[in-house]
Design a protein around this ligand. Structure first.
Ligand SMILES: CC/C=C\C/C=C\C/C=C\C/C=C\C/C=C\C/C=C/C(=O)SCCNC(=O)CCNC(=O)[C@H](O)C(C)(C)COP(=O)(O)OP(=O)(O)OC[C@H]1O[C@@H](n2cnc3c(N)ncnc32)[C@H](O)[C@@H]1OP(=O)(O)O
Ligand SMILES: Cc1cc2nc3c(=O)[nH]c(=O)nc-3n(C[C@H](O)[C@H](O)[C@H](O)COP(=O)(O)OP(=O)(O)OC[C@H]3O[C@@H](n4cnc5c(N)ncnc54)[C@H](O)[C@@H]3O)c2cc1C
Length: 664
C-alpha cells in the first residue's frame, strides 16, 4: 500500500533523537545539509536511475556510465556546485567511473607531487575536465612492490626530454581505472634513468590520447583489461592496459616536488622525503577508510530493516511469527556490524584530521609525523575494508534467500566493494607495513625518544606488560578505562612477543618473513585499538540531542566487547584476562544487544540514505518489501513473454526426445 510505513511500530520504539544522530553521523550540520541536498537531487533525477544497471551488457553498461558521468558534470556546472557539493553528488550517483580516478587520484597526484609551476599549468585544465587523467602505477608483473616497477623514463639531454618505455610484457601498465577507454593523460610511475644510472620510481605526466580525435598518440598502446568480478558492478569502470614504445615527453612533465632533474640531467633532491612519491596513496587510503563506513552502513541498513520486516517461526494462537531481528543469533551477527559502521565513521573522521595535520606539517617542512600517518592510513585502510567486505557478505546472509536477489542491492554492493581489499595496497601487504612500524617502535623503546600519537601507549610498556584485568562483574566492562587497558595490553604484548621472537634471528629480514603471520595479527590488534580509542574519544565530545550520546555509548560497548569476544584467544594468551573475565564480557555484550534492539531501525535511519542510494527493495524506508519484490520479478526481461525465447529450439525438442525414450 502506497504511503504506509511498515516499520512505523519499530520507529516508535526509538529512545533517542534521530535528527540529531543524523548530524553526528554526517560530521556536522553543514555536511548533513549538503549531503541531504545532493542525495535528493540525484534521487529525483530520472537520468540517475540505476535499477536497470544489472541487466546491461558490458558495452551498454560502460556507455551508460559515460552518459551519467557527463550529465553529472553538466549539472555540477549548471548549478555552480562547490567542490564539496560536486564530490557528494558524484558519490550519490553511485557508479564507479573514470571521474573517480580523475578527481580522486590524478588531481591529488599533481597537487601533492607537482611543483607550483606544474600545478599552475595542469590543474586548471584538469579542473575544467579539458584533460581527463588516471593514475598509472601498477603493472602486469608488479603491483604491491612499487620499487619493482619496470617502466623506464630515460632522460635524453640532447632533446631535454624523457623517453618513456615499456621494456617487457610484464612492464605493461595494468589496472589503472579510467585508462582503458577514457583518459587523455596519466600520471605514470616509472624508473628514472639518468646517464645510465637508476634513481628510483617517479611520477610523470604523460599524454595518452589525442585531444582532437581521442586516438592513442604514437608509440602508445592502450585498451581495457576485460570483465571483472560480478556482472555490472565494477565493470562500469574501464580499467586499462598501457604500453609505451619510446614515447617522448618534455622534461618538465616529471613531477618534481620531491626530486628535480636539471637541464644537464642531474638529479637534485629537495628536503622532502622520497616517500612523498607515495603521497597520493596515503591520501586515497584515508578516503577509503571514510568510504568503508558508508559501504558498511548501507549493507547494515538493508539487513536491519529487512530483519525487522522478516518473520520466521514462533507464531502462537495464529498470531504473527517472530521478527528475525529478535533472534539473539541474528543480533549477534548484525549489531556488531552496525556498531562497526559507526566506529569506522568516527575513526575515518579522525584520520581525515590526521591527514590534514600531516599535510600542513609537510608544507612547513616538518616530516616527523609521516611514518605514523603512513602506518595509520595503511593499517586502517586494511582493517576497515576487510571488515566491510566481510560485513556486506554477512548482511547478505542475514537477509536469507532474498539477500541473493540483485534487487536486494547486496550482491552488487559486495562486487563493487570487495576490490577495496586489494586496490590501494593489498590488505596483508599494508598490515605488514604497520608491523614494521610497530617493530621499529618497540626497538626504540628506552632510547629516550618517547613514542607519540597512536603509539604512545607503548611508552607505558612496563605497566602494560604486567597489569592484570580488574573486572569482577559484567557491568565493569562498561568502564572505558577497563576496555582501553585491555586493548592496549593485548596490542603491546603481541608486539613485544613478536619483537622478542624477531631478536632471535641473525637476519632480521628473514625473521620478519618467517614471523609475518604473527606480525599481521599484532598489527591488527594495534589497529583495532586505534578504532576503539577513537570511539571513546568521540564520546568525550559534547554530543547534543536526547539519548544520542547514550546510544553511542551502547554502540561503543558493542564494538569493543564483540572484538574482545571474537579475539578472546589473544586476550587470554597474553594473560591479561582470565576465562571468567572473558565470559563476563560476553554477558555484558548480550545485555548491550538488548539495548540496541529497540533503537536498531532508528540507528540505521540516522544514515539518512534515500531509497535511490540504497538501491535495495529489502532495505526500503517503508519496509513494504513483499509487494515490491513481487512487482520487481515481473520487470525481469525473462518475464517479457510467457513462453521463453529458445523454447522451440531447445525445450520442445528435449521434451519430445524424452517422450521417445519413454515409449521405448
Ligand atoms: C555501488 C557502489 C558502492 C560502494 C562504493 C564504495 C566505495 C568506493 C571507495 C573508494 C574509491 C576509491 C578509489 C577508486 C578505486 C580504485 C583506485 C585504485 C588505485 C590503486 O590501486 S593505485 C595503486 C596502489 N598501489 C599500492 O598501494 C601499492 C602498495 N605498495 C606500496 O605502497 C609500497 O610499495 C610498500 C608496500 C609500502 C613498500 O614499499 P617499498 O618497498 O618502497 O618500501 P619499504 O617497505 O622499503 O619502505 C620504505 C620506507 O618508506 C615508508 N613508506 C612506505 N610507503 C609509504 C607511504 N605511502 N608514505 C610514507 N612512507 C611510506 C616505509 O614505512 C619505510 O619507512 P622506513 O624506512 O622503515 O622508515
Ligand atoms: C578494481 C581495481 C582497481 C585498481 N585501480 C588501480 C589504479 O587506478 N591504478 C593503479 O596503478 N593500480 C590500480 N589497481 C592495482 C592495485 O593497486 C593492485 O592490484 C594492488 O596494489 C595489489 O597488487 P598486486 O595486484 O600486485 O597483488 P600481489 O602483490 O601480486 O598480491 C598477490 C598475493 O600476494 C600476497 N603478497 C604480496 N606481497 C607480499 C609480501 N611482501 N608478503 C606477504 N604477502 C604478499 C598478497 O597478500 C596477495 O595475497 C587496481 C586494482 C583493482 C583490483
Amino acid at each position: 500500500m502506497e504511503g504506509v510505513d511498515y516499520l512505523a511500530d519499530e520507529r516508535k520504539k526509538t529512545e533517542f533523537d534521530v535528527e540529531e544522530m543524523k548530524i553526528v553521523w554526517a560530521g556536522s550540520r553543514h555536511t548533513f545539509e549538503v549531503s541531504d541536498r545532493m542525495a535528493k537531487l540525484v534521487a529525483n533525477d530520472p537520468v540517475f536511475r540505476k535499477d536497470d544497471r544489472v541487466m546491461l551488457a558490458r558495452k551498454d553498461l560502460f556507455k551508460n556510465t559515460l552518459r551519467k558521468a557527463t550529465y553529472a558534470w553538466k549539472r555540477i556546472n549548471e548549478l555552480r556546485l562547490s567542490e564539496e557539493e560536486a564530490s557528494k553528488l558524484r558519490s550519490f550517483v553511485d557508479e564507479p567511473a573514470f571521474t573517480d580516478l580523475h578527481w580522486g587520484m590524478f588531481v591529488p597526484a599533481i597537487k601533492g607531487q607537482g611543483t607550483d609551476e606544474q600545478q599552475k599549468k595542469w590543474l586548471p585544465l584538469a579542473y575544467k575536465m579539458q584533460i581527463i587523467g588516471c593514475y598509472a602505477q601498477t603493472e602486469l608483473g608488479h603491483g604491491s612492490n612499487v620499487q619493482g616497477l619496470e617502466t623506464t623514463a630515460t632522460f635524453d639531454p640532447q632533446t631535454d626530454e624523457f623517453v618513456i618505455h615499456s621494456p617487457t610484457l610484464t612492464s605493461s601498465k595494468w589496472w589503472p581505472g579510467g585508462l582503458g577507454k577514457v583518459s587523455t593523460h596519466g600520471v605514470v610511475y616509472a624508473r628514472l634513468i639518468l646517464d645510465g644510472q637508476e634513481h628510483g620510481i617517479h611520477g610523470f605526466i604523460v599524454q595518452l590520447r589525442s585531444l582532437e580525435d581521442h586516438r592513442p598518440l604514437p608509440g602508445i598502446t592502450v585498451a581495457d583489461i576485460g570483465m571483472k568480478f560480478g556482472s555490472g558492478a565494477y565493470n562500469t569502470m574501464d580499467n586499462g592496459l598501457l604500453r609505451f614504445d619510446h614515447v617522448r615527453i618534455p622534461r618538465d612533465q616529471m613531477l618534481m616536488r620531491v626530486s628535480q632533474v636539471t637541464r644537464d640531467g642531474k638529479i637534485v633532491q629537495s628536503d622532502v622525503p622520497r616517500q612523498l612519491v607515495y603521497g597520493t596513496m596515503v591520501y586515497v587510503r584515508q578516503t577509503i577508510v571514510q568510504d568503508a563506513s558508508i559501504a558498511l552502513s548501507r549493507a547494515v541498513c538493508i539487513a536491519t530493516r529487512y530483519s525487522a520486516v522478516r518473520r520466521q517461526f514462533g507464531s502462537s494462537n495464529g498470531g504473527p511469527e517472530t521478527q528475525v531481528i529478535d533472534y539473539k543469533t541474528q543480533q549477534s551477527r548484525l549489531f556488531p556490524l552496525l556498531a562497526s559502521a559507526y566506529a569506522f565513521r568516527f575513526v575515518g573522521e579522525w584520520l581525515k584530521w590526521l591527514y590534514t595535520d600531516v599535510t600542513q606539517r609537510l608544507q612547513a617542512n616538518d616530516f616527523s609525523t609521516l611514518p605514523e600517518a603512513h602506518a595509520c592510513t595503511a593499517g586502517l585502510k586494511s582493517l576497515t575494508t576487510s571488515v566491510t567486505a566481510d560485513g556486506i557478505e554477512e548482511s547478505r546472509k542475514l537477509c536469507g534467500g532474498h539477500g541473493y536477489l540483485a534487487s536486494s542491492g547486496l550482491p552488487e554492493l559486495f562486487a563493487v566493494y570487495v576490490p577495496a581489499c586489494t586496490y590501494e595496497g593489498d590488505n596483508t601487504v599494508l598490515m605488514l607495513q604497520v608491523a614494521r612500524f610497530l617493530m621499529k617502535t618497540v626497538s626504540q623503546l628506552g632510547s629516550g625518544k618517547p613514542p607519540v600519537g597512536t603509539i604512545s601507549y607503548m611508552g607505558r610498556i612496563e605497566q602494560l606488560m604486567q597489569c592484570r584485568c580488574a573486572v569482577k562483574k559484567a557491568g565493569d566492562w562498561l568502564n572505558p578505562n577497563a576496555v582501553l587497558e585491555a586493548f592496549e595490553a593485548r596490542a603491546a604484548r603481541m608486539s613485544v612477543s613478536c619483537a622478542q621472537k624477531l631478536s632471535k634471528f641473525s637476519n632480521p629480514e628473514e625473521g620478519f618473513a618467517e614471523l609475518s603471520a604473527d606480525l599481521v595479527e599484532a598489527a591488527v590488534a594495534h589497529c583495532q585499538l586505534i578504532v576503539v580509542s577513537k570511539f571513546f574519544e568521540k564520546l568525550q565530545q559534547d554530543i547534543p540531542g536526547k539519548g544520542v550520546k547514550r546510544q553511542l555509548e551502547v554502540l561503543c560497548g558493542v564494538y569493543s566487547l564483540h572484538l574482545l569476544h571474537k579475539h578472546q584467544g589473544d586476550f587470554l594468551a597474553t594473560s591479561y584476562i582470565t576465562p571468567k573475565q572473558a565470559s563476563l564480557a560476553n554477558d555484558q555484550l548480550r545485555e548491550l544487544y538488548s539495548q540496541v534492539r529497540p533503537n536498531a531501525i532508528a540507528l540505521v535511519d540516522a544514515f539518512n540514505y534515500t531509497d535511490h542510494y540504497l538501491g535495495s527493495i529489502l532495505g526500503c524506508y517503508d519496509g513494504n518489501v513483499y509487494p515490491k519484490l513481487y512487482e520487481a520479478a515481473w520487470r525481469d526481461p525473462l518475464n517479457d513473454s510467457v513462453i521463453p525465447d529458445g523454447y522451440e529450439q531447445y525445450i520442445r525438442p528435449l521434451l519430445k526426445q524424452q517422450l521417445r525414450v519413454a515409449k521405448l
